[in-house]
Design a protein around this ligand. Structure first.
Ligand code: 8Y7
Length: 307
């Protein structure tokens, strides 16, 4: 065909809205957000509240990560520094000594690897070692953090926190918790925009339990859908958290049913990614929700998920 002729054709009408399915650029991966994704937690600290800390046991941590993938995790989140209120700080060297060997050992596990860190040096070193995502509970506010991630193609989780881990639960206060978290997201999105980070690398997280009372957490969960600023995907972490302890009267290791319920309700309110300890149980709950939501119902969904 004569290319000059085709170029004279009228341009097709602009599509009234973008029909491309939502996706997340995530380092080596491009994740479809058409279905909710399960992020499994690999805790490499030594003072985990939920009793899953695997600090200094590299082989067990790698094995745990692989088991989470078998159970259905579509991302893994590796963390070497505790954000628990009152937790002792960890040096850059110590954090890297915990995270790097496990990152290395899980690099070919088939799912993207997220690193939970606030330190620019840890971001640079783990990205160089193959991390696909940076999960920063301070939303890249540490000096040098934006520069550390801007040049890569990793995904970025921007989490809201009021105060700092050591003191955040002393007296959390908001005039309008939903409005203030959304304003914070807008400010951090503006910062990543200025740093040249593409929007398809960003996920937003209201940071349940990070400078929030039980009532704040409940309002945020109830209104979760309104927090998707600029249509960006939401990541939610409620797994075994103390708010579920307050609601059930149970210690962390007995909060699995409450955690599964919370994950399901978060997905129903628009969460794109749920960060969980109990991947297998959460996956089954999401399969029921998925079947219920499927147009006309599709009994083969669960099988498809298994492949
Ligand atoms: C969250 C988190 C933790 C969360 C994101 C825990 C590292 C406490 N919670 N990261 N990290 N969102 N993005 O209970 O809610 O796992 S640590």
């Amino acid at each position: 065909m004569n290319p000059e002729q085709t170029s004279q054709k009228a341009a097709p009408p602009a599509r009234p809205f973008d029909m491309t399915p939502p996706h997340l650029r995530c380092g080596r991966f491009e994740l479809s957000l058409a279905r909710p994704l399960l992020m499994g937690i690999v805790n490499l600290t030594d003072d985990s509240f939920s009793g899953d800390g695997l600090a200094d046991d590299v082989a067990r941590a790698i094995e745990h990560g692989r088991q989470l993938v078998v159970a259905g995790a579509q991302l893994l989140d590796l963390g070497g520094e505790s954000s628990r209120p009152g937790a002792a700080p960890v040096s850059t060297a110590q954090e890297l000594a915990r995270v790097l060997p496990v990152l290395e050992g899980l690099r070919d596990c088939g799912v993207p690897l997220s690193v939970d860190t606030v330190k620019p040096e840890v971001m640079r070193a783990t990205l160089a070692a193959g991390a696909d995502m940076i999960n920063d509970i301070t939303a890249l506010q540490m000096p040098g953090a934006l520069a550390a991630v801007a040049e890569s193609s990793c995904a970025l989780c921007l989490m809201h926190m009021q105060g700092e881990p050591r003191t955040m639960q002393r007296a959390p206060f908001y005039d309008d918790v939903v409005g203030e978290v959304a304003d914070f997201f807008r400010a951090r999105i503006a910062a990543t925009d200025r740093a040249g980070v593409a929007r398809d690398r960003i996920v937003l997280d209201p940071g349940f339990g990070f400078g929030k009372t039980l009532e704040h957490n409940l309002v945020l969960l109830r209104q979760l859908a309104t927090l998707a600023v600029d249509g960006l995907p939401l990541l939610v972490g409620l797994s075994r958290k103390s708010m579920l302890g307050a609601l059930t009267g149970r210690p962390a290791h007995e909060r699995v049913p409450a955690s599964v319920a919370a994950a399901l309700l978060a997905v129903q309110r628009g969460a794109a990614i749920v960060r969980v300890h109990d991947v297998c149980a959460t996956r089954d709950a999401l399969a029921v929700l998925d079947a219920l939501q499927a147009v006309g119902g599709n009994p083969h969904r669960y099988e498809a998920m298994n492949q």
